[in-house]
Each structure stands twice: as structure tokens, then as C-alpha cells.
Ligand binder design. Sequence first.
Ligand code: SF4
Length: 362
Amino acid sequence: MKYLSEYRDPKLVHAVLADIHKSVTRPWVIMEICGGQTHTILRHGLDQLLPPQIELVHGPGCPVCVTSLESIDKALAIASNTEVIFATYGDMLRVPGSERDLYSVRARGGDVRVVYSPLDAVRLAQENPQKQVVFFAIGFETTAPANCMSVLQARNLGLENYSILVSHVRVPPAMQAILSSPTNRVQAFLAAGHVCAVMGYWEYPPIAEKYRVPVVVTGFEPLDICVGILKAVRMLEAGSYKVENEYARVVTYAGNQHGQAIIKEVLMETDRNWRGIGMIPGSGWTLRPEYEKFDAEKRFRVESVRPSESPLCIAGQILQGLKKPNECQAFGKPCTPESPLGATMVSSEGACSAYYRYRKID
Ligand code: SF4
């Protein structure tokens, strides 16, 4: 398949790996931002094929993993309302809140439905005028345009029974929070290709400049990852800190401007709590006042939830590149995909789930 099979070609991957081996002279720590990239690295054992000087650490780019416990608890409270159909992506069902998850709400009679698009949730609202339909609008810049479209569509249809529980997060403030931390180890980033497909990469040069870190916009196939690492290593070795685009078959500098305009129309920046990490200023989006009537938090008045995290879970340190999943004392026992203590073990993009799937030694 064009644009796919050639990016999985072992000969090409090994040729780039050989270039990486030739290029590296010193230890470097590189963070891949996206959980999809983490899974590619673990699935293909790419980290084990790199020179020992290169350490890959896993970033916070898994939307399910970083959705705050507070937001999960709000979702659980709203989904428990008998007047509500709560629509969500399937990954969110098993993410543990302070005391339970959406599966257990459903088991107790809550009307929790899995949808594949926010527009499916709008259709549910049309088909069920006697119910309030709430869509759990989580994710990074990638999912924001479609979530905003659902609000615009609900407005255009005159729906009074549709709202979204917004927990959107943005990548650039998270990169800056990691780089500003006194414990930071990251020296270069592989930026998330799908986020950049929407947003472009015009937000990254000031970050690269300010913190003197190379950033490579990178895709998700093994060859993408290896080329991204090669570009990062070459810049690190040369002492340069530019933004390069490895994923040019999908990403342009300006990105999807129509998508960005829709986001700007419906959402505005806000401070946001990231699960395990804490509050990052300006790192989220929330609904603009003009669209307040579609805000599930306001409609259901659940602002005062006080969450509590499992004391064993170190997902926050993992998502900042400070620890690896197998350094968690709960990894594999008691924390497993069947009985997760943290969101990074649940999500198909979570680092703990990737280690459990591809690296667990019984
Ligand atoms: S293994 Fe489980 S408890 Fe440990 S960091 Fe990962 S999700 Fe949290």
C-alpha cells in the first residue's frame, strides 16, 4: 500500500538505523511525544536496535492517559444521571476514576454508549429528544475540530439536549512544561505527526529556540520513527536546534487552516490539569462563552468533584520522561490491562499498556 508498506520496509529501516549508529558519538535523551509512536517503537523493538547512547523516553501524547482524574470523575457523575445518554470513545470506559469507571456506571444501569465520532452523539441527541446527550470531548488538537463541528451542528439543528464535557489538551504548553522542569532530561522531541496535521508546526520554532532543543515532526511507521531519530541525532550532534518535518507527506507548516478556524470559533485557551502531571497553564481548551449552553459542566453543575489517585501510580513521571513503566512497583501486578490502576495501562496508546503488551516478562 503506497505511503504505508514502504514505511515498514525492514531494509530501509535498517539502513537508517545504520546511519544513526554512524552519527551518534554521545548519550542523548529523545522523547517521542505521541503514544502511537511509543507503541510503534515497542512493537518493532526499535529502541533495542538503537545505539546504547540513545535513550527514548515516552511523552504525554496519549489523550486517554492525560485526561485528568477530575474530568473522569465529572464524567462518571454525569453518566450516572438517569436523564443522560453519555457518549464516549471506547477507550474511556475502563479508565479508572477515583472510585470506579464508566463500565461500572453502565453495569449499574447508566446509559453509557460507545461512539466512533462526536457526530454520532449528535445523531443520538436527535433520536432521543427526551434525553440529555453528553459527549466526552477529550483529546489533543487532533480531535478538536470534529468535537467543535458537533457543537456547530447541534446549534444549527437547534438541539437543546446536546452538550459536551470538554477536557481538551494542547501539546506545545506540555512540551514547555517538561523543558522548564528542574528534573527535565529531554534533549530533543519527536513531535506528534497527527497533531501537526491539524495545527501545522508554526508553534514549535519559538520552543526550539527558547530551550535550544531540536524538534522533528514525525509520523508513526517504523521508518518514520527512525528517520525522526536520525534527524534529531544529527541536530543534537551538530549543536543545532531547528524544527524539521519528517512527516511532509501529511504535515505542512501552516497545517489545516479550516480545522484551526473551527477550533478558534468554538474553543478558547484555558489552564488544564493533566493526569499525574498537574496543572499546566494555558494547556487546554474550553468552550467560548457564546457556546456555553453546550457545556455539560455548566448544564450538570459538577464543578466541585475532589479526585484522588492511586498512591502506587507513577504515570505522571512516566509521561514526563522521568521513569519507564517497568520501573513502577505496580507494573504487571497489581496493575494490568484487566485491572488498571492508572490510565496509561488502559489506553491503546498508553506507555504502560505498550510495555505490558510487548515487554512484560512473567
Ligand atoms: S503500571 Fe499501572 S500503576 Fe504503574 S504507572 Fe503504569 S498505570 Fe500507573
